[in-house]
Design a protein around this ligand. Structure first.
Ligand SMILES: *Cc1c(COP(=O)(O)O)cnc(C)c1O
Length: 308
């Protein structure tokens, strides 16, 4: 298959850069057969990677937690990411780094140690986790009754992963009921997170986000920095769903859109069905910070070693 549509994205696999449509992994890879894989997503906004080291550091921690080992150093990964984005020419991009357990060297082996861990990376045009019109009006989330978040004792949510059985069931329920997205509770009825986003609540000017049982989102971290920057109190703590529903405003954080207003959860309508003032402030600062050279680096589009 030959596809030279680079604008759709590019991938790096086994030392080669290819159009995204040609990137594939073998059917016997444990990443596919056992969701035995970890990944991370960094974004390029107007030609600059945002907070790349935060993401790559989290990826390294995820590798350790999953006991995956890859030969590429952080600087090699950084180069690969510059090269694929440069090859695609994308100015706004969703850029994924992935490490799977890989294929067993001995065919049919059930021993994870027999697998050759496999690193690859790919980029596509920027992905909005909430569509842009949803970001503008505020997202509507369903907390499904039957689906709870996978226990952190089973699958560590702090290592970004493909175990989406819970999220996918929640998403199907949400879409069928006319909601944009889903938000899951843990077994104790505390708020956790949704597919690809963390959540925050604001009550009497105080900002709170779930303490545990969630991915430590980079956008979550940046949102906490933004709160400190504006002198807002921001805490990590358990949030029972009943307390969450009492919030003055709620928002999501994700690499795929920054701080995104949530205006409805189940039957509850927040901040008069409009974007809350603190959500607006945090979102505005988030995008402002993309122009700060201390927090971003320019994609090396020119003089790229993979380009002739
Ligand atoms: C990626 C992700 C998030 C958000 O993390 P960011 O680093 O801010 O993009 C939250 N929860 C889950 C389950 C995720 O996969």
């Amino acid at each position: 298959m030959v596809d030279d549509n680079w604008q759709s994205g590019a991938a790096w696999m086994r030392g080669e850069i290819m159009p995204i449509a040609n990137a594939a992994i073998p059917v016997t890879d444990w990443g596919l057969t056992h969701s035995d894989i970890t990944y991370d997503v960094v974004h390029v906004w107007d030609g600059r990677f945002f907070r790349m080291d935060d993401y790559l550091e989290r990826f390294e921690q995820s590798l350790e937690k999953c006991r995956l080992s890859i030969p590429q150093s952080r600087d090699e990964i950084r180069d690969i990411l510059h090269n694929i984005v440069a090859r695609s020419g994308l100015q706004r991009s969703y850029v994924s780094v992935v490490a799977s357990r890989g294929q067993p060297k001995i065919l049919g082996s059930r021993d994870p140690r027999d697998c050759e861990n496999h690193f690859y990376a790919w980029c596509v045009p920027f992905v909005w986790v909430f569509l842009e019109d949803v970001v503008a009006r505020g997202a509507h989330l369903l907390v499904p009754e039957q689906v709870e978040r996978i226990s952190p004792g089973s699958v560590d949510p702090t290592a970004k992963n493909y175990h989406w059985g819970d999220f996918t069931q929640g998403l199907i329920d949400a879409k069928e009921a006319g909601y944009d997205n889903t938000l899951l509770l843990d077994r104790d009825g505390n708020v956790t997170e949704g597919p690809g986003f963390n959540v925050f609540m604001v009550k009497d000017g105080k900002v709170t986000t779930p303490r545990s049982g969630v991915l430590q989102g980079i956008t979550r971290k940046v949102a906490m920095e933004i709160c400190a920057h504006h002198g807002l109190t921001c805490e990590e703590s358990d949030i029972p769903f009943e307390a969450f529903l009492q919030a003055d405003e709620v928002f999501a954080t994700t690499t795929g859109g920054g701080a995104v207003p949530i205006t409805r959860v189940n039957q509850r309508i927040f901040s008069n069905d409009a974007i809350g003032p603190l959500t607006r402030k945090i979102s505005d600062t988030y995008w402002d910070w993309h122009n700060d050279p201390a927090m971003s680096e320019a994609v090396r589009y020119e003089g790229n070693s993979y380009l002739s």
